[in-house]
Design a protein. Structure first.
Length: 465
């Protein structure tokens, strides 16, 4: 029988590390891994959304339970701080409740010692969420924390964001930003996504205690597609070269190093034709592979892979993709994709992923668990490992800095998993999940429901009773 992860409500702002032992056990029914992957530990923080490392600390955000409003849940969401000096066994040092859905990622600046969490706007409906097209929006909020003392984060400011971005043709309001907040130009500024006008909201963070909305920036990444009309931007990422990437309904766009946050210089973007072929819902996030290639995750729930060969035009769930940067043509060119059939799984999609020093990607695939992908050859993506639990929905995978073999997995149903891949996946053979391995794990039924009530339209995973 499927079981729901329940987290006891924690009212204290900071927890001593020993209290982590008092958290309820995670219902580990069954799980499956490739021979080179193992589960080390689980910390049931609730609806695990995403996290970032800074020094010997890991900051994870969680959201209100996907079953918001029901009496059998107590996950309040918020910010969790872990001491990861022993990364195989992280210990909780602080928890700041922040009862929101869906603060889908967290960003921080070690130099400025600030951390950003954004809260989605939502429909002004009461007493429970409901789709009311003409209802106004409650604005999203950008929360800025001081992490100079990482174990004791302090709220510096809470900036309300524009609640709406104009009106649709039927007169209903278009929701404003709040889905993901990203540091720009050393976190002197932030780009906040989720606005339904295809733009990112620009926030001045030079005085972090008094941030200000400066305006917004339109981007090709926010143009409309059949799933999002008007369009929207999902994520912004600054790579190791200083280039800024935007991903959304219009595909992916690459920008030069930011000097004026209101006037970013576009270097390359996907074409409309390629976006139609590679984007069944939304380009979710990006990461630079090398000078000439970028990695792109596509979020979509049109299936869960297919037997090879799979054409670009086949909408077989959210696919992990490699793209080539054609600077002369100012175009991004699709190179290869990964989306193999996962036995018994019907709800999977490429979501937040990370890259280690061996050019191995750890990609969170919702009910598909974590997929380890060798991308040394951008034209040939190879799966070299996996971890999949029967009661999970993996939302983000992050390698521990300096440890290409350790991955922290934020899971919407399990909280935080620590997973190890031998040798960081370096030189591992190609592997596929099937046969007896597939029979060991019967996935719990998971429903994905998009809700404008909770702000953005990313599906909300929850176990089906």
């Amino acid at each position: 029988m499927a079981r729901r992860l329940v987290l006891a409500t924690v009212s204290a702002v900071a927890l001593a590390a020993p209290l982590a032992q008092a958290l309820p056990p995670t219902p580990l029914t069954t799980y499956s891994t490739s021979k080179n992957v193992s589960l080390l530990t689980n910390v049931p923080t609730g609806v695990g959304v995403g996290g970032k490392f800074s020094g010997k600390y890991y900051f994870q955000t969680t959201a209100r339970s996907a079953t918001y409003g029901t009496p059998d849940t107590a996950s309040d969401g918020g910010l969790w701080v872990f001491d990861v000096s022993k990364p195989e066994t992280p210990s909780v040092v602080a928890h700041l409740p922040l009862p929101v859905w869906q603060n889908e990622d967290v960003d921080l600046s070690p130099e400025r010692k600030t951390l950003l969490i954004s809260m989605d706007r939502r429909r002004a409906t009461s007493p429970s969420p409901a789709t009311v097209p003409q209802a106004p929006y409650i604005p999203g909020v950008l929360f800025v924390y001081d992490i100079a003392t990482p174990g004791q984060p302090k709220l510096l400011s809470a900036l309300p964001l524009p609640a709406s971005a104009g009106t649709a043709k039927d007169g209903s309001p278009l929701g404003g930003a709040g889905h993901v907040a990203n540091c720009i130009a050393g976190c002197k500024y932030a780009y906040v996504t989720g606005s339904r006008d295809g733009a990112v909201v620009v926030v001045d963070l030079r005085d972090a205690a008094n941030p200000k909305v400066m305006g917004s920036v339109k981007t090709p990444a926010g143009t409309a597609n059949p799933a999002f009309n008007p369009g929207t931007v999902h994520d912004v990422h600054t790579d190791a070269y200083g280039n800024v990437w935007m991903a959304g309904s219009g595909g992916t766009a690459m920008y030069d190093r930011i000097t004026d946050p209101l006037e970013p210089k576009l270097l390359a973007s996907t074409t409309k034709r390629d976006n139609t072929r590679t984007n069944a819902l939304i380009h979710h996030n990006t990461m630079r592979l090398d000078r000439d290639h970028v990695l792109v995750g596509e979020e979509a729930f049109t299936g869960c892979g297919a037997d090879a060969p799979v054409a670009w035009d086949d909408p077989q769930g959210g696919r992990f993709q490699t793209w080539r940067i054609d600077r002369r043509a100012k175009r991004l060119v699709p190179v290869a994709q990964f989306q193999k059939r996962i036995p018994g799984v019907t709800s999977c999609s490429s979501h937040w992923f990370d890259l280690n020093g061996h050019d191995v990607v750890a990609d969170a695939f919702y009910a598909g668990g974590v997929r380890f992908l060798d991308v040394r050859d951008p034209k040939r993506i190879r799966q070299v490992g996996w971890f999949r639990s029967s009661d999970g929905a993996a939302g983000q995978a992050q390698f521990v800095p300096g440890r290409p073999d350790l991955v922290y997995v934020s899971d919407y149903l399990r909280g935080l998993d620590v997973v190890k891949i031998a040798g960081g996946g370096r030189g591992a053979p190609t592997t596929a999940e099937g046969g007896n391995d597939a029979l060991r794990v019967k996935p719990a039924p998971i429903a994905f429901t998009g809700s404008e009530d909770f702000g953005y339209a990313c599906p909300v995973p929850s176990l089906v009773k």
